[in-house]
Design a protein. Structure first.
Length: 345
């Protein structure tokens, strides 16, 4: 989602990226003498502004809304201005870019990205919303069915610019999950739906709509990204923006495994028999050390910006390497910034 300002990871993919250096030292900012803890569960290693306001092969490098680890350990990144990038795993330097479009050749508002086991790209767009499968060179291979209620009004009950933001593949590769950013019309404010799809065959089969879950975001915040952990839980980003104050970005650990299937519930209004996804705060990123970062507009911590993309780039014994990226909206007062975190779950 393009927040306006002042004017899947597969198990195989995670294994390939266990030793991934998320931000190259030549382009990173860190202070080895500083306490890098954001909370007891999260610390920040470094950040990088190296790609801010740059171009690659005539394409603006920015507007990043999602990240994923490719099968070779490199990074894939999608822009909400219809571009799919390949990035070097150490320096973050762009190595490839291909344009994206819908079946009629129209631009997408691309928001979520999963690299599937065969290397194809599953990409969500919040326009309709939709999830399409693309080849590496940007050709549409198929399109997943979406429940009618999740479509943007008047076709459904979703609000414009508030639909599929996060996209992740759960361990085992059989379940795909997309997170809505905001509540449907008729649902209580802050209750967002997470939709799943199940593969109909073990290897490479198509996805069909599956269970749906409800997640309560903090007041005034939406859900721009969600990523699966190796044990089937979820890392969930919550984000908001207040003019003159700046961004709020919080990282939660969420567990959908005992949540109620809400696919058959028309309106979620706080029913006692509906179990929401359980969530635990890992860190409010305002509490991270700034590491010398500067902001181009007011921020409660100059390190913060419009953080929107997230990928789990490595894991070992309950500790994850997590890479975040901000969407600069091609805006002079925002920054394309990558953040390298260590997260204990």
């Amino acid at each position: 989602m393009r927040l306006r300002t002042v004017l899947a990871t597969t198990t195989a993919g995670l294994a390939a990226a266990t030793c991934l250096t998320a931000v190259g030292p030549a382009n990173a900012h860190a202070n080895s003498q500083e306490n890098h803890a954001c909370s007891p569960s999260v610390s920040i290693d470094r950040f990088s502004d190296a790609l801010d306001k740059t171009t690659y092969e005539g394409t603006f490098v920015g507007n990043f809304s999602a990240l994923a680890v490719d099968r070779d350990g490199s990074l894939a990144a999608v822009s909400d201005r219809s571009a799919l990038f390949g990035l070097d795993r150490e320096t973050l330097a762009p190595q490839a870019v291909v344009p994206l479009a819908d079946e009629n050749g129209a631009a997408l508002d691309s928001e979520g990205l999963v690299v599937d086991r065969d290397g194809t790209r599953l990409i969500s767009s919040e326009t309709e919303p939709s999830v399409r499968r693309y080849s590496r060179d940007g050709k549409i291979l198929d399109r997943l069915p979406v429940p009618d209620a999740l479509r943007v009004a008047p076709a459904g009950r979703a609000v414009s610019n508030g639909t599929f933001e996060g996209l992740t593949l759960l361990p085992g590769g059989r379940t795909l999950l997309a997170s809505m950013e905001y509540a449907l019309q008729g649902d209580s404010a802050g209750i967002v739906r997470f939709q799943t799809w199940q593969r109909t065959r073990p290897a490479g089969g198509p996805f069909e709509p599956g269970r749906q879950y409800a997640y309560r975001a903090d007041a005034g915040l939406g859900v721009p990204e969600v990523q699966a952990t190796p044990d089937g839980r979820l890392l969930v980003l919550e984000r908001g923006f207040t003019s003159g104050v700046g961004n709020t970005v919080r990282l939660y650990l969420a567990d959908p495994r005992r949540a109620t299937d809400t696919s058959g519930i028309e309106n979620l209004t706080g029913q006692d028999d509906v179990r929401l996804i359980k969530k635990t705060l890992l860190a409010d990123l305002v509490n991270c050390p700034s590491l010398g970062a500067t902001a181009k507009q007011p921020q409660p911590n100059p390190l913060l910006d419009n953080i929107e993309g997230m990928a789990v780039t490595g894991y070992s014994k309950g500790r994850l390497k997590v890479l975040l990226v901000s969407d600069d909206n091609q805006n002079a007062v925002q920054t394309t910034r990558f953040y390298s975190l260590r997260v204990r779950v």
